[in-house]
Ligand binder design. Sequence first.
Ligand SMILES: [Zn+2]
Length: 296
Amino acid sequence: MPEGDSVHHAARRVHDALAGRVLERAELRVPRFASIDLRGRTIESARARGKHLLVVLSPDSLGRDPVTLHVHLKMEGRVRIHPSGERWHFPAHTARLVLAADGVEVVGTELGLLRALDPAEAERAVGHLGPDLLGADWDPAEAVRRLVGRPRRTIGEALLDQRNLAGIGTVYRAEVCFLRGVDPRDPVEAVEDPTALADLARRLLSANVSRAVRVTTGDTRPGRRLWVYGREGKSCLRCGTPIERFRLGGGAGAADPDEPTDSLDRVAFRCPSCQPSRATLGDLNGQIEPPSEEHS
Ligand SMILES: [Zn+2]
């Protein structure tokens, strides 16, 4: 599932494949932009902002304004790069974006969002995002300030809200909360060290940005790569307790139409032993030993 790490990785791959090259083929297979002709423009850059991908195209030879392609991979979106003319190994009807230059073809399949914007519009489209966990301009103090801004909201919802910090999806939400011993349903105000939570999220995403498979446990064997995400009913890798799965909202919801949401976006996990609820423990809080963090 695309989260900040995979989108940053995709941006780097697109940039390396196409930056500085002149588009020979450009198809936006969405009704609103199907007729736009982008051939002849130079791809200036591709970059990620949280879970959004921006591909910046130069003005064309007729002097028409620069264009930024704004892409969101949502749940199933993928960016594929291969030599031009190579047979596609995926259903053609899933292709939404096709860009080709100098013998290289980039195809975006099952994209959650694709539009062609002028650069100022594109900046506005990502302007609501909080500090990018993988950005060069990562600002932990600002991210934490936003995260704790609504103290009664659950920490799980706050972590998914891209206006607080950008890049976390349901996988990292589950893994970060596990590693910090936090029940994702607890209110933000019950989290002892939100700075450590944000810092851990940045380290986990950074460690995975150029990996083929996402690993948070340090163990690359199938079924052991993640602590709790997707492991409902299975034994906790640390203590053996069965992992719980439940639904927990997140994202910016209706306040942000550009942030695609999906029912699958709301799945959450925890180990009841390693992540006891601080909200219900009340006065017992101080007597609970926090889980060890040898693997973090
Ligand atoms: Zn456990």
